[in-house]
Design a protein around this ligand. Structure first.
Ligand code: 5GP
Length: 116
């Protein structure tokens, strides 16, 4: 039996978290250690470990996640300016190996750089 990821435990209610959005395919929570005043994680229910582990059968799910990000950003009131981050691999800081998209808002990021 495969180990449940942290995010699967959260959506199953085994670990507490504030769920700010959920639908059939994904859910969103507040990051426990926010890097911006608004820092949400958008997580597919399907536990794909990394973005590179997604396959063509996940095409609709990946599109769904992008549309959900827009809806969740609107709901959070940051849709005029927010950044979306996906960490792929420990080398860039991925710590939870269950695909997730960070929504970072209400923070003054540099306008001409990806540095943050
Ligand atoms: P990664 O570094 O893998 O891209 O992002 C994982 C994120 O999950 C981190 O920003 C971290 O703060 C967040 N995180 C880790 N454990 C928990 C937890 O138990 N609850 C919540 N809400 N966020 C968590």
């Amino acid at each position: 039996m495969s180990e449940e990821t942290l995010f699967t435990k959260i959506i199953n209610g085994d670990i507490p978290a504030e769920i700010v959005y959920e639908d059939e395919h994904c859910f969103a929570i507040r990051d426990i250690a926010p890097k911006a005043p608004t820092h949400l994680l958008v997580i597919p229910r399907k536990p794909i470990p990394r973005l590179v582990d997604a396959s063509s059968e996940d095409k609709a799910l990946l599109g769904h996640l992008m549309l959900a990000v827009g809806d969740i950003a609107k709901q959070a009131g940051v849709d005029e300016a927010f950044r979306v981050v996906i960490n792929n691999g420990a080398g860039v800081g991925q710590t939870v190996f269950h695909l997730h998209l960070h929504i970072l808002g209400n923070k003054a990021f540099s306008e001409d750089s990806l540095g943050f």
